[in-house]
Design a protein around this ligand. Structure first.
Ligand code: ADP
Ligand code: F6P
Length: 322
């Protein structure tokens, strides 16, 4: 089917670079002679009909901004048949015949359900967690890593001055990618992620004692959100080592801020690819990165893939933090 009007929405947790993706979708659509509209507040806006026209200038001055100008939401109603029917009505009323969904794998499942009901959708991976199985990379990951590293560098200053141990929790939901990359980039003494079983005595305390013998006086322990309990962990470390310890949860600071070059560029490429697909009459796809190239998969295939933690990187991190 020939698509005439493309809708674009952002869904799930916001991620730096989502605006660059929206901009790319809008500008590519217009360049191809298509109408393009923005759907506000993710699937909630599709249910309530919050549809706004987008023109070339509607996406001016946003490429450098974090968050999403379209707002985002998690929409439990969209998972109900009633919500889904309202969303389809909005598409019909607004003439939307193809949608670009920028979000995580939950948002992809919503896109799959819409595609099943005759609204062609294309997903773009947007989440700081980098946990979308079919894609090596998700928009926002690079910026979030750099933010986390900057924050841990600050924690290092105070840990160094007080000769303390700083235990820091990094986001990522159940995935340890953000924690692993942050941990290796800050030279953490230990990185604890939920994908790898750990023992506090063996994997934290013994490592601290070993590095202490060669003169180390302050310690950084990076913990992924999926493991959590950093307050308790800091108390336990202090008890077992006698080294004063403090816990910090980085939280939502990691989600904000101006997107990095990498996020802006990849978002621009992915937005372009998504519109290319829809304009060519191809829906029910997800845009992804494979071997550093932008590719696309069938949405079912994409959702059925598995992605583990980079165990080689995990081993390297621990081998060199001695
Ligand atoms: P993310 O897209 O970042 O993974 P969520 O998991 O919160 O974030 O999903 C975003 C939205 O996508 C949900 O609020 C819901 O509206 C929709 N969604 C999530 N899971 C499903 C599902 N299994 N079926 C249909 N829609 C879903
Ligand atoms: O998916 C992005 C993310 O920031 C996760 O890392 C985290 O678990 C979750 O969203 C937090 O969600 P909320 O913003 O709803 O608290």
């Amino acid at each position: 089917m020939k698509v005439k009007t493309i809708g674009v929405l952002t869904s799930g947790g916001d991620a730096p670079g989502m605006n660059a993706a929206v901009r790319s979708v809008v500008r590519t659509s217009i360049a191809k002679g298509l109408n393009v509209v923005g759907i506000k507040r993710g699937y909630n806006g599709l249910i309530s009909g919050e549809v706004v026209p987008m023109d070339l200038r509607s996406v001016s001055d946003i490429i450098h901004r974090g968050g999403t100008i379209l707002y985002t939401a998690r929409s439990p109603e969209f998972k109900t048949e009633e919500g889904m029917q309202k969303a389809i009505s909005t598409c019909k009323d607004s003439g939307i015949d193809g949608i670009v969904v920028i979000g995580g794998d939950g948002s992809y499942r919503g896109a799959r359900d819409l595609s099943l009901r005759g609204i062609p959708c294309v997903g773009i991976p947007g989440t700081i967690d980098n946990d979308i199985a079919c894609s090596e990379y998700t928009i926002g990951f690079d910026t979030a890593m750099n933010t986390a590293v900057e924050m841990v560098d600050r924690l290092r200053d105070t840990a160094q001055s007080h000769e303390r141990c700083t235990v820091v929790e990094v986001m990522g939901r159940n995935a340890g990618h953000l924690a692993l990359h942050t941990g290796i980039a800050v030279g953490a003494t230990a990185i604890i992620v939920s994908e790898v079983a750990y023992d506090i005595e063996r994997d934290v305390v013994a490592r601290m004692r070993r590095t202490q013998l060669s003169g180390k006086k302050h310690f950084i322990i990076v913990v992924s959100e999926g493991v959590g309990h950093v307050d308790q962990m800091a108390k336990q470390i202090e008890l077992l080592t006698g080294i004063e310890s403090r816990a910090t949860v980085l939280g939502h600071v990691q989600r904000g801020g101006s997107p990095s070059v990498r996020d802006r560029v990849i978002a621009s490429q992915m937005g372009h690819k998504a519109v290319d697909l829809l304009a060519g009459g191809i829906g029910n796809r997800v845009v992804a990165m494979k071997d550093s190239h932008i590719v696309d998969y069938d949405i079912y295939e994409g959702l059925s893939m598995q992605k583990g933690l980079d165990i080689e990187l995990y081993k390297i991190a621990h081998e060199i933090s001695i």
